[in-house]
Design a protein around this ligand. Sequence first.
Ligand code: C5P
Length: 225
Amino acid sequence: MSYKINKINKRKNIIKVAIDSPAAAGAGTQAKLISKHYNLLQLDTGRVYRFVANIKINEPYKFNYAYLKKKINKLKIEDLENKNLLSDKVAIVASLVAKDRKIRKLVHTFQLKCAYNPPKKYAGSCLDGRDICSVIVPDADIKLFITASLKTRALRRYKELKAKNNYISYSDVLKSIKKRDKSDINRKISPLKKTKDSILLNTSNLSIRRCFLKIKKIIDKKIII
Ligand code: C5P
């Protein structure tokens, strides 16, 4: 699955960072740090699928492509900060809606605009998700595949959800992540996979800081003359 980006204005000479990862591997945290350090527009593309999932859960009778198109056309990055999008229920529905080709197409237009035409105040963009290196930003300057063991990821997500007072058990989180991995890796359209040209980073035994420093080294080498 590939998308034509000729309908989207492309800013020249911007830095584009693309990150793919399975759920809870630490990609979002790194994307935030990278974006802050290099002044990039950050988009957690999973949040857009979660936004769609939230509509499916809360407005089931209105949920159709035309309605979604309208909602996504009006979507602003700030809307993705909505705390309701963080729940496990929304995550599971997000991985279901993410299998729908038409929904992916609607979501991709928004993602392409963020990647290729970030507001002028930014030096570029940093997107993370499942199909960023392969489909959304195949010409990114830096491509990373961030992963961690299943147990590490489940524990991290469990702590995150628990801190937000969610009534959830570790075994439920583990099951949910396993299920999403299976669905994201095996789906026909835009499955999660490491592209040959992306750099693999396993964060299982890496602190957030050490992981960031590794990435910083990769980016600096690439962009600083
Ligand atoms: O990253 P996050 O866990 O928020 O993503 C929620 C779901 O959205 C994923 O499980 C995946 O199915 C879907 N997704 C996707 N493509 C992306 C980002 C997320 O299919 N680029």
